[in-house]
Design a protein around this ligand. Sequence first.
Ligand code: GLA
Length: 391
Amino acid sequence: MNNALETLRKAWAEIFGDAGDAAVYFAPGRVNLIGEHTDYNGGHVFPCALTIGTYAAARVRTDRLLRFYSVNFPENGVITCSLDDIAYRREDGWTNYPKGVVCELAKRGYEAPYGLDIVYFGTIPNGSGLSSSASIEVLTAEILTDSFSWDIDRITQALISQAAEREFIGVNCGIMDQFAIAMGQKERAIFLDTATLSYEYVPLILPDVRIVIMNTNKRRGLGDSAYNTRRAECEQALECIRTRIAAPSLGALTEEEFEAVADTIPTESMRRRARHAVYENRRTIRAAEALREGDLEAFGELMNASHRSLRDDYEVTGPELDALAEAAWEAKGVIGARMTGAGFGGCAVSLVRGEYTESMIREVGGKYEKTIGYPASFYVAEVGGGPVRLA
Ligand code: GLA
């Protein structure tokens, strides 16, 4: 953390001059343990916040300018816009995320009276599927909330950040990432019902077990359009099911209820998409139960089944994520492994018995590089808290 603060201070001095009274904030990234592509289907998710995330130094200005700089994207330089003219611009790159948040806040009556200078520094690898963009969004919501003493609770910050992603950026995402980041707690996973936003913290104190995140180092690329396609397929499937029964969402169905109406869905591929959404939600409910009971073996089995379903029914894994998960399943000491996040690249997550962590990383890393042709990266994750002002 000290290094991050030092990095911010240095960048601020170079870009905006003396850091003086700039305030410093942090918001985490997230990893989802299980419950993938369920959040826009009214199902459950089970993510946790990480100790890696995004740091920012911010200072309110006396005029209406917003000036953004990121240590991670020095080539973009300082991007400036006025509070009176906030629009999505492709060439503005990553700054569309904070701009989107400022814009969505204003729509809800939280109009910033002054502009800000903000320098960001992220420790989440870009495109890794650990929610670097949601982290920037929630962090920005927190910076404005604090700077202007607004009374906005964490869940509202999450919803506003999600709206920025959907309305401003154009990715029709669910609420999981922003919620996990805004509501993160140290050493706890969040069991969230996305249909009602009711949630429960489940302790993630795993003696002698590590959460190992495995990065394919393949950026998500085309993922965003495929994401919207999957979402549309689920919506269509639900429409078909509704010709027979009144279901509010795919997440509202049990496996048996789904199987009894699956024949209303006309194509095999759409049926598989819906099957994933229904079964994954049920697996997530069981996984939370298994963790509460300390049954890690059962939890691991559910993780593995989740990956198979995302590979075979939902078709969002691809050779890189499959290579990681499949190599992890064969490695000694692995309790469970699966892709995490949207898929199409990004990261997989595994639970590994502590003493086998190094051998697992060596073995999986070796197999991955042999199959895919370039190396994966590995991080032993620590589960951290939500947004915070550090200085
Ligand atoms: C992305 C989205 C989330 C969720 C996951 C898949 O991370 O932002 O809302 O849909 O994909 O589970």
